[in-house]
Structures are given as structure tokens and as C-alpha cells.
Design a protein around this ligand. Sequence first.
Ligand code: ADP
Ligand code: ZN
Ligand code: ZN
Length: 745
Amino acid sequence: MSTWLCVLVQTPAHAALGPVLTYRSPQSLPPGTLVRVPLGKRETLGVVWEAAAADASGEIDADKVRDIAGTLEGIAPLGAPWQQLVGFAAQYYQRSVGEVALAALPPQLRDLSPLQMQRRLKRIKPPAAMGGTVQAAQALSPEQAAVLEQIQTHSGPFLLFGATGSGKTEVYLHAVATLLASSPDAQALVMVPEINLTPQLEARFMARFGPVYGEQAVVSMHSGMTPPQRLKSWLGAHSGQARIVLGTRMAVFASLPALRLIVVDEEHDPSYKSSEGARYSARDLAVYRGKLEGAKVILGSATPALESWYHSRPAAEGGRYLRLHMPSRIGGAQLTNTDASHATGDANTPAGQAARNAMRAQSGTPDGLPLVRRVDMNHQPRRAVFSLPLLDAIRERVGRGEQCMVFLNRRGYAPVLHCADCGWKSECPHCSAHQVFHKIDRTLRCHHCGFTERVPRACPACGNPDIEPMGRGTEQLEEQLGGLLADVRRPGTESLEHPQGLPLRIARIDADSTRLKGALQTQLAAVHAGEVDVLVGTQMIAKGHDFRRITLVAAINPDGALFSSDFRAPERLFSLLMQAAGRAGRDAALGARSEVWIQTFQPGHALYAALKAHDYPAFAEQQLKERQQAGMPPFSAQALVRAEARTQEAAQAFLNLARQAALSDMAQWPGWDVVLEQVFVYPAVPMTIQRVANVERAQMLVESPSRAALQKFLAAWHDVLHATRAAPDCKGLIRWAVDVDPLGI
Ligand code: ADP
Ligand code: ZN
Ligand code: ZN
């Protein structure tokens, strides 16, 4: 007797087949079983899904049902919670469940032959019995102890609101240690936003847990791993041998049969939201998964997402997360007067320090956190990149052997090249965007499509040989700083050969300098080793890295975000600047005099005032008030439909036709007027960068005060969107996709 199975497969995007196919199997297999199935002429990986549904439909031609090719032996079926997670993610983010399920599995499960797979499985060894105990590295601070106590006694989810350097990671380590000690099979999932941050985290977890639970107990999962590494980690987690999974957003889908704890570090970071395929939020899925599996969830941040902050308001007001607070930096309180050992500069005299302390006290800077200073650029020479006081401060610090960090959110030399005679500008022929001038290799590059050309000798429009860069990027900062600080020598490098000492070292870290594999790690190592005096870079350097000797961080031109059309821009700027501030004075002995400099034309802006006081709650309160008045998230739910087409007309026509269908046709469906009353579909608009690589892009916002209504609408509207594709006006439409809870609007 054979039986029919429903199997999820990843079907080609445009195939007529749905993602759930029916196959025949000699014996019945439980849902979650991994199988090989024929699909067309090839064989592919499938996951058995709800076994019973197939027989009943009666629509299937029995002769056409094919046999499964086999199961993946030695791999246990994926658990029911995992299936539920995948099913939920597919439904919520409007994608097919087959796509989500198969994308969540390591590619080698699909690509290896049965024999190869057997060999791999043999290599997974049972964990060696280790006799060690987990080293309690440090005595907990009172704040850490209080927070851990709360985590042990409540069920969460928790929002751990802790200043940078307050010891959040130490809290995660303790929570994991307690969990692993309490049960022989319990597993923990710890997520970080960026691949670049995983080696640092891995080292810390390995040092703590490796000696006790063995090397195999800690595995990583991120997109920078090779397919064999990914398979190995996945099998480790799925088999239960790995007790701790560290990873980026993709790790939220790891199969963890005994998951008891999920940590989402830097939970506010936009990288947790996927920007392709199913555009899921790993943070939001982590909370869902925690509830599903009875695992505790800790979201940690110094600048929580406003959504998370809102959800952690007091329970009496409807809050769903428990907010835990760690306001002070570790070691911050006791050191304000202890840095007299540093040699030069009046900042280090008792009087200098006293003045500094007075300034800190006046500005309300908490102990151990850097002083934030605003430079009013309205009073600086026009076109000055570096204000004079900032330059002096940098000189003073590097003269003492301390490091400085300068960041600007624009790579390249200048964002555009132009001709003053005729007004020509370097524009990308394929995008509605400027080509960025890169002086290093004298190229013009489009940062959207990658199109690269050599810089023309003269203006292509009028022949004027004097074409000039306009605006500035990190390359230019590096060059200018080199010139401005040419006379400064590194302290302690005087020798017979160099009686004056050696020149300063200025290094740049951005997407250009780190293109080669391993380049970033090498560059970071040089900073850590003290080989770099001034580090210039994009926001890449502002995140997470634990630079010990940086005592000054400067944001060169952050004002743009204050006037952005994206309502989330201020939130992102605030968190970026707080993160950057977190880079300053991580070394306790230097913490007391570390500073963050903001060069701004808007020194009185409320965002900078809150930043100066390190007052995230004040900033959040003001932002939430604005959002509430404007009916924006978290006070409403949003989705975006994006369309790409050969022409802007086709892209917009598609969206507007689907909108029309929602407003007129769907309103006729029985009972739907109630739903549609709560859902607002805005007319289509071109995207900010309307054309990329010769593709025209448009988008349409859908908004509702009720998440449930929005979800109900989207689910039903999906077929309408599909059907709209065929309309004659949509000729030239390339693709469309729905983005639920979009981050960039
Ligand atoms: P966060 O994750 O909040 O930025 P970390 O956990 O990285 O903070 O801690 C900052 C620094 O303080 C690290 O170098 C860490 O080793 C150290 N640290 C953390 N907790 C303690 C403690 N209880 N006692 C001493 N040092 C600590
Ligand atoms: Zn010209
Ligand atoms: Zn381009």
C-alpha cells in the first residue's frame, strides 16, 4: 500500500505549479521529513508537509503522481514548531511556504548526493564529555545581577535597554550559562546584525563555553560561510549537539529542537530585516518563535527600535515586553579623577579635568559616557570640512597617543563631478543617480548599478577641462586630514633617523577599502594594535567594534537625516550617533575624557540635545508622539508593494490597477466593506531612485491602524495583484513584491 504525501519544494518563480506538490511514497512519512523528489527532469529537496491533505482534494490525476526518490536518511524530521514558524513567516510576509522553507535550509541538503550526505553525517561526533565548569569571568555589576534576576523570574519577552559598554553581552553569556547548566539538552540562539560582528562574538562564547561543553557546542550561521560550513552548523544544531547557535538574521530559521533562549543583540539594527525574497524581520520572528516554543527572548540595545520601546511600556498601559534597564557603563563610576598619569595637554591637569567634569555635569552626561559636543558650522569658514575646534581636538589627542575616529556616510571622493561652465554633472546612464567620483583610481562609479567609467579629461558636454568634484566623501576626508595634520608626529617615535618622529597614520575603512576578503579584519586588527592614529570611515566603523583607545569620535556632516522624507531617518541617525559614541572611551581609564563631536548647522535641534544628554527615552518619547499624531508605526501597520518595469508608466499602471481593484471590486465582496474601511491604499509613486540599471521602479503604500485588517487584506489582495499582471497597460512589468512592515519608505 502506498500513500500520498504533500511535499514543499522550491519551484521556479514563474512555474504554474504551486509550492506544495503531491507525491507517492511506499510508506507514510511524518511532516517535517526531508525527502528527495523528482521535479521535471531533475531531482530536488522537499519537505513533507501536512500528510493527509492530498488524498481528499480529488482534483489530482492519480496517474500523474510521481514517487518520491527517497528520504534523507539519518536526519530527523524538522519539528512541528519549525514548520509552524515557516508557515507563519510565509503567510505574514506574503510569500509561498515552499520558498520560505527551502530558503531556510542549507543549500547542501539539496546539492549533495545520498552518499556524500552519509559521509558528512558520520563526521558529526557526539560531544566529548568535558569536566570543566563555566568560568565566571567577572563578578556581575549590581545592574547586571538585577537584570539577570528578572530574566530568571519572568517569562519575557525582555527588552534589555543598556548603554553601550554596560555589559549586555556579559548578561547574555550568563543567561546562556545558567540555561545550559540547568538542562543537558537545552539550546540557545544568539543573533547579531552583521557578519563582521560574529567572529568577535564567537571568540567570546567559545572562550566561555568551549572548555566545558566542547568545541562543537558553539556553531555559527551567516551568509559568509561556505556551503560545507553551513551544512555542518545546521546539522549540529538540528541534531542537538550544538548547544549555542550564533548568527545573523538567517539563524532565526535554524532548526533547534530544544530551543529555550533567544537573544537578539542590537535589536534595532535594520539588518535584521531581509531585503530580498521573503522580507522578514528576524527580530519580530524571534519574538514569535519564542512564544511558539516557550523560549525566553531577550532583545538588547542602547537605542531600541521605537516599536520595541513602545511594546515595552508598562504592562498597565498595554506593554507586552518587560523593559530592563542598565544605564551605566561598566567601571564608569569610579574613574572620573584617575587619569592624571597621562602626560601632556592641559586636559590632564587637575584643573583641566575639573573643568571637563564641570562641563559633563552641566550637560547631564552620565558617568563613564562620553561628552557630546556640537560645533555650530554656521560660524565656521564656508565650505570648511573640518571645523577649527575639531581639528585642534584631534591634534591634541593624537599628540597624546590616543586614537580618533571620523565618520561620514558617503564613500568615494565626491558624490558628483560637475562643470561650472555648462552645469554638466556626472550622471549614471543607467540610473537616476549621480556617479560618484573615486580619485584613487580616477573612476566615476554608480553605487546603485556598479557601472564604472574613467574620469573624462574634459567636460563631455562643453569641453571645459576644469571639471570639479562637488561635495565630499570618505576618500576626500582622508586626503584632507593627511594635509591638515602633516606636521603632527606620533609621540614616542623619535629616533636618530627621524629626530622629529614619524608622521601620523590615517586609515580609511569603508565598503571600498574592504572589498577584498579578509581586508576588514586586517584593517580592524591594525586599529586595535594601535598602528592607526586617525580612522576615517562610513557608518561601518561606528557599529559594534570594540575599539579600546579611541577617545574622540566625530560625525562630519550628519544633518541630512534631520530633513529626510523617510520618517525613520531621525531614529536611525540617533542610534548611529549613540553607537558611534559607544566607540569612544571603551577603555575605562580613558572613558572619562572621551568625546563625541557633531558638526552641524542645526546645533539646537532636539535630536542633538537628547544625544548630548544621552537621553534615549526623551528622544523616543518625542518621536513616538510625532508618530502617534501622524498615525505612523507603531501606531499603524504598513506594507509596501514595489513594482519594477521597463517603463515607469507600466510600473505605476500595475500598482494603480491593483489599487483600483481593491477599492471597487473587493468592496463588493460580502463583508469586505468593513475590512476595507480600515485599510488605506495610497496611489503609486516613483521610488526615490526611480531607475536602477535601466529598470523603472514604483511603489505603493498600504496602511491600516489594525495589523489584523492589513493582514486579512493583503492575503486576499495577493490574487488580485497576480491577476492584474495580465492587464494590457502592465506590459513591460518585470516583477512585483510585497514588503510587510517595510523599513525604508
Ligand atoms: P555591551 O555589550 O553592553 O556593550 P559588554 O558586555 O561588551 O557591553 O561589556 C563591556 C566591557 O565590560 C567588556 O570589555 C566586558 O568584558 C566588560 N565587563 C562586562 N561585565 C563586566 C563585569 N561585571 N565586571 C567587569 N567587567 C565587565
Ligand atoms: Zn561643461
Ligand atoms: Zn547606475
